[in-house]
Design a protein around this ligand. Structure first.
Ligand code: FES
Ligand SMILES: [Fe+2]
Length: 359
């Protein structure tokens, strides 16, 4: 499926953000994740859990059901499943058929986020979750805040593409966080097995409109803008402005922030989008929550409009790529390779099973 090969739309073996930590409490929270209904809640001992959101009896949504202690009792005919997915009660009979169980997902709480592993649970390696140090979450003096959990009516890769190509900042966000220099400045890229990183170092560059909010200084700045994409759906951004080299306060930081975008497929053509950030004071953080909302709406707007075009056209012509698409293309290739590997593994295990079938 665009922009991937037919049938693929997102890797399953990877840590995705299922929710902000603060969203999960005693009530059942329903969320679609990689085309599966999932229910998230916190047990009495405080541990957060994620289980399948579909009752295996008649497909009733378990997120619309009832908690009985740490278990969920289906709101339709009362079949009950514990937090590990095991069926513990069938009202209409005393024996519990062996097939009665729901899936429970590996879930790890780290930073502001609940990380879910939708794929093969045996492969859920916690060391693949970005560390809080490397994403700048633990920087001294910085205050983090979970801002918005959004549902965007566009496929997840459109938002990954958006975050992997920050040349859009000076145009889609021209009234707030970008200038034409975001597009005109060459990127410095770096790749390792867990993330693809991109930086732009701008010298003597005009400040984007929103950046002048906390300073009386109106002159040009030296600015760093960058994004680290942790596969398959977490983007950690850095923004930093300093007085330029010929200024009396040369190199002093005017403002710095870290932004975190988590993009998790909901269905094949919609996604969950979690935005959070940190700032140097609570006041700046509170203000950013207000001023960045229209910016996020611009990205959602672009994503949803593109989704409409690509799903409606009879035939989708190939994109006309530019040099500035190198990072996004690299990101797509990595995700495609992850999906190809999963497909090959699925096929190999199906072959193995067939080989054991009696003839
Ligand atoms: S659909 Fe859940 S118990 Fe019947
Ligand atoms: Fe954007």
């Amino acid at each position: 499926m665009y922009p991937f090969t037919p049938g693929s739309y997102a890797p399953r073996n990877g840590w995705y953000v299922a929710a902000f930590v603060e969203e999960i409490g005693e009530p059942l929270l329903s969320r679609w994740i990689l085309n599966q209904p999932v229910v998230l809640y916190r047990k009495a001992d405080g541990t957060a859990v994620a289980v399948e959101g579909r009752c295996p009896h008649r497909h009733f949504p378990l997120g619309e059901s009832k908690r009985v202690g740490d278990a969920i009792q289906c709101g339709y005919h009362g079949i009950t499943f514990d937090a590990a997915g095991k069926c513990t009660f069938v009202p209409s009979q005393t024996n519990i058929p062996g097939v009665y169980a729901i899936r429970s997902y590996p879930l790890v709480e780290r930073g502001l986020w609940e990380w879910i592993w939708p794929g093969d649970p045996d492969k859920a390696d916690e060391s693949l979750i970005p560390t809080m140090d490397e994403i700048g979450f633990t920087l001294p003096g910085m205050i983090p805040g979970a801002f918005y959990a959004m549902h965007v009516k566009g496929r997840y890769q459109l938002l990954n593409d958006n975050l992997l190509d920050l040349t859009h900042l000076g145009y889609l966000h021209s009234s707030s966080i970008g200038t034409p220099d975001d597009a005109a400045t060459a990127e410095v890229r770096d790749l390792d097995e867990r993330r693809l990183s991109s930086r732009r170092y701008m010298r003597d560059t005009p400040q984007p409109p929103l950046h002048t909010e906390h300073t009386d200084y109106r002159g040009p700045v030296d600015r760093i803008s960058g994004m680290d994409f942790y596969f398959p759906g977490f983007h950690s951004g850095i923004g930093e402005q300093r007085y330029p080299r010929d200024h009396a306060r040369a190199d002093e930081i005017i403002n710095t922030s870290r932004v975190w975008h988590a993009v998790t497929p909901a269905t094949r053509t919609t996604c969950n989008y979690f935005f959070s950030m940190s700032a140097t004071s609570q006041e700046r953080l509170d203000r950013a929550k207000i001023t960045l909302k229209p910016v996020l709406d611009e990205d959602s707007f672009a994503t949803e409009q593109i989704e409409k075009i690509i799903t409606t056209l009879d035939e989708l012509p190939p994109e006309l790529m530019l040099k500035s698409d190198t990072t996004a293309v690299q990101g797509r290739r990595i995700l495609q390779a992850m999906m190809d590997k999963e497909k090959a593994e699925r096929e190999a295990s199906a072959d193995k099973e067939r080989a054991h079938e009696p003839v």
